[in-house]
Design a protein around this ligand. Structure first.
Ligand SMILES: [Zn+2]
Length: 370
């Protein structure tokens, strides 16, 4: 296989920075009685030398990501983001919004309508064009961004929200890499992509979601009635310091993958040896990659609880660990619940007090690193 063509600039020069070998499709959950083996596909991350966009190698394995349960953390963050936009004056004088949705949920349209910015009918130009975790699902990044900028009305703004590459590198979130997520944006690469479409970044806001999420506001005209501040330059400086365009810096994710898989496996073996009961929580895509990498089966982790009823009776791809309903936590609270989605911690502690009431604890699976 030759070098891939960049999904944004079509450049062919670049480096594979993370190679997870063959992985099952992380959103195809087989039935519990399906013995497998599950079909698997190469899973690699590539960094374009020309434009700096970090991206998935290869073609889609699945057409669409199914909508899972919308996490409360995502909904709360959307409210926080709209509040910050309003405070900074980005909603003043704007009447219409268009949104490119995400299979992750978290629509902003209702929140904006509550503040007088109404949804614009299909295809029409809008004062605010929103994309919150949507564009990464597009295989052709150049076309996807062109579609978004084309909908921005004169004097309007494009608002892009993404789980930033600097977070992925700083926190060693190697398992953010998954089939169906085609781009992993650094602010540095995204600013270049926007400039190629005639847009300039104006202001950026940071949020704690996923360990570090960025909302970037961009527009065509030099003035959109809102003054730019130093926030974008601060992120670009952070990116340069961290080396988001440097293959050596980004490929540290490979060592993170090894350390994380060993850490998880060692911890589960220690629990089993000590006779301590464990359940998982959150049948998320990042859990699929982690369990596969660590070769975890039901002998080490008897089940993963998930709040989405459509997953009950199914198992995790690439292993025999079944997905069960939250009723299991109430019936038999384990001594440890391994939480695969740390953003859910506040939500699950409140929803399942029986875990801690019976002396159990929540353990962050992201933190188990050798
Ligand atoms: Zn490129």
């Amino acid at each position: 296989m030759g070098s891939p063509a960049c999904r944004s600039c079509s450049g062919r020069s670049g480096n594979v920075v993370l190679d997870l070998g063959n992985q099952p499709a992380c959103d195809h959950f087989p039935g519990c009685h399906d013995p497998g083996p599950d079909p698997s596909y190469p899973l690699q991350m590539w960094l374009c030398s020309s434009c700096g966009l970090t991206q998935l190698v290869g073609e889609p394995t699945v057409a669409e990501e199914p909508l899972g349960t919308e996490p409360a953390a995502l909904i709360a963050q959307a409210g926080d983001a709209v509040e910050r936009l309003a405070t900074a004056g980005w909603l003043a004088g704007r009447s219409g919004a268009a949104e490119f949705g995400s299979p992750h949920g978290g629509s902003w349209l209702g929140l904006l309508a509550d503040r007088g910015v109404a949804p614009v009918a299909d295809g029409g130009p809008a004062d605010l064009v929103i994309d919150s975790f949507g564009m990464m699902h597009n295989a052709d990044q150049s076309i996807a961004l062109a579609q978004r900028v084309a909908r921005v009305a004169a004097g309007g703004a494009l608002l892009l929200q993404y789980h930033s590459l600097d977070t992925i590198i700083r926190l060693g979130q190697w398992n953010a890499l998954r089939h169906g997520h085609f781009a992993y944006y650094s602010t540095s690469a995204l600013v270049g992509m926007l400039e190629a479409k005639g847009f300039s970044p104006r202001v950026a806001w940071r949020f704690d979601l996923y360990g570090g999420t960025v909302l970037l506001a961009a527009s065509r005209e030099p003035s959109v009635g809102v003054t730019s501040d130093g926030s974008v330059n601060a992120l670009l400086s952070d990116d340069a310091r961290l080396g988001v365009r440097d293959p050596a810096a980004v490929s540290r994710l490979q060592a993170d993958a090894e350390a994380h898989a060993h850490g998880l496996r060692d911890w589960l073996v220690a629990q089993r040896t000590a006779g301590r009961s464990v359940l998982g929580y959150g049948a998320a895509s990042r859990a699929v990659a982690l369990l596969c990498r660590a070769r975890v089966d039901r002998g080490l982790l008897p089940a993963i609880v998930d709040s989405s009823p459509s997953k009950h009776g199914l198992r995790m791809p690439g292993t025999d660990v079944p997905i069960v309903s939250p009723a299991r936590l109430a019936m038999h609270p384990p001594q440890s619940v391994l939480l695969f989605v740390p953003d859910l911690l506040t939500e699950v502690r409140r929803a399942f007090p029986e875990v801690e009431d019976s002396g159990g604890r929540w353990v962050d699976a992201e933190a188990l690193r050798a």
